[in-house]
Design a protein around this ligand. Structure first.
Ligand code: HEC
Ligand code: HEC
Ligand code: HEC
Ligand code: HEC
Ligand code: HEC
Length: 152
């Protein structure tokens, strides 16, 4: 049991504690799209996270009695971004661009799993160098070291 615990911990499958119990499953079921919230602003590397004001377009009327929604409303009022814990994060020395991959036809699910079925996002897809390079080989994308790492 103890061994299993550490194996799971190491693999990142344990959910991080988020500041609000936000569920992708709930929100995708009401018809929102990934890009309703993740807008991939220029220059396109990051997907980005939604503004609290956008959440309030529904939550000024939905579940207003919930303490979580009251916390969200306060954040929107004070224009203080909710400090979501990052789940997927590459080290600084790796270059990555969402826009390049989305344009090449890679789906969100390939790299992030079945998000629309998840209440909580965990690191269910490994973003190791090996995994990046395997897909680059398969897709005949550039694969020399300087594709993803700056020249020293
Ligand atoms: C299209 C409308 C819509 C938008 C936009 C929206 N939500 Fe929701 N949200 C809902 C609905 C519907 C529920 C489920 C309400 C219920 O359980 O009755 C919900 C539930 C929640 C809950 C659970 C509240 C509780 O105490 O049960 C949280 C937290 C939440 N939303 C956060 C957010 C955040 C953060 C955003 C912005 C990133 C957001 N929502 C944007 C419609 C929306
Ligand atoms: C209503 C807004 C909303 C929609 C729609 C939405 N997301 Fe999110 N997403 C969030 C919020 C808020 C977070 C931060 C909290 C969390 O990690 O659960 C987040 C986090 C994530 C993360 C983890 C980011 C990280 O590394 O910390 C991924 C991956 C993600 N979303 C993918 C998707 C995909 C794929 C879709 C479409 C299937 C989608 N999201 C639709 C609001 C949204
Ligand atoms: C080729 C793999 C790949 C694809 C395809 C992909 N992502 Fe990501 N995603 C990543 C990686 C890698 C990170 C971590 C980036 C970093 O730390 O610089 C990430 C991070 C994120 C984050 C955290 C915030 C941010 O801006 O970095 C969100 C949100 C996210 N992805 C959503 C999505 C959505 C939505 C889609 C589909 C439209 C998508 N991703 C498609 C690999 C991918
Ligand atoms: C689903 C397959 C797939 C995965 C997984 C993937 N890539 Fe890619 N990547 C591609 C393809 C295809 C291209 C070529 C796109 C083009 O040339 O238009 C590419 C291109 C790139 C580029 C070149 C961008 C440029 O400006 O030329 C970088 C950097 C990159 N990927 C980094 C990564 C990193 C880092 C990871 C792992 C976190 C990763 N990729 C995972 C398919 C993938
Ligand atoms: C397609 C993108 C990609 C290419 C090409 C690539 N790397 Fe990486 N590299 C990564 C990612 C992502 C990480 C961080 C995740 C990890 O350590 O697996 C990484 C991590 C590393 C690390 C740190 C490993 C550690 O254990 O801390 C070194 C060193 C490295 N790469 C060297 C190289 C060299 C040398 C090449 C050329 C032979 C290369 N990389 C090609 C994506 C890439």
């Amino acid at each position: 049991m103890k061994v299993l615990f550490f194996v799971l911990l190491g693999s990142g499958l344990f959910a991080v504690e988020q500041p609000l119990p936000y569920s992708h499953k709930t929100h995708l079921a009401v018809g929102l799209k990934c890009n309703s919230c993740h807008k991939n602003p220029d220059p396109g590397e990051a997907m980005g996270l939604p503004k609290e004001n956008f959440c309030m377009s529904c939550h000024s009327a939905i579940k207003t009695e919930s303490p979580h929604i009251q916390k969200l409303a306060a954040a929107a009022r004070q224009m203080k971004a909710i400090q979501w814990e990052r789940v997927y994060k590459l080290p600084e020395f790796v270059y990555f661009s969402h826009r390049v991959h989305v344009k090449a036809g890679a789906s969100c699910e390939t790299c992030h799993g079945a998000v629309r079925e998840r209440d909580v996002i965990t690191k269910e897809v490994a973003h190791t160098m090996k995994a990046c390079m395997a897909c680059h080989t398969e897709r005949q994308a550039r694969n020399e070291c300087t594709t993803c790492h700056e020249e020293k």
